[in-house]
Design a protein around this ligand. Structure first.
Ligand code: ZN
Length: 69
């Protein structure tokens, strides 16, 4: 189980998000931004359309570096 904050994942708040895997974290983060930061969700959607790999490429190293508790 790893925990990262919304901010570390490109969001706007210090809410902690936990997941067992990177795929799960993507889902948890997506749900969180859609509920709490519609503006960020829109930005991410735009970014995803331009380059579907971009967000993951930037965020996954942080996930890998996060301590596994
Ligand atoms: Zn947030």
């Amino acid at each position: 189980m790893k925990t990262m904050t919304c901010k570390e994942l490109g969001g706007q708040c210090d809410q902690e998000l936990s997941a067992e895997s990177w795929d799960e974290m993507v889902k948890v983060m997506t749900k969180h931004v859609m509920e709490k930061h519609p503006d960020v969700a829109k930005e991410m959607e735009k970014m995803h359309k331009q380059d579907p790999q971009k967000w993951g490429k930037e965020m996954k190293p942080k996930w890998n570096a996060a301590p596994d508790l």
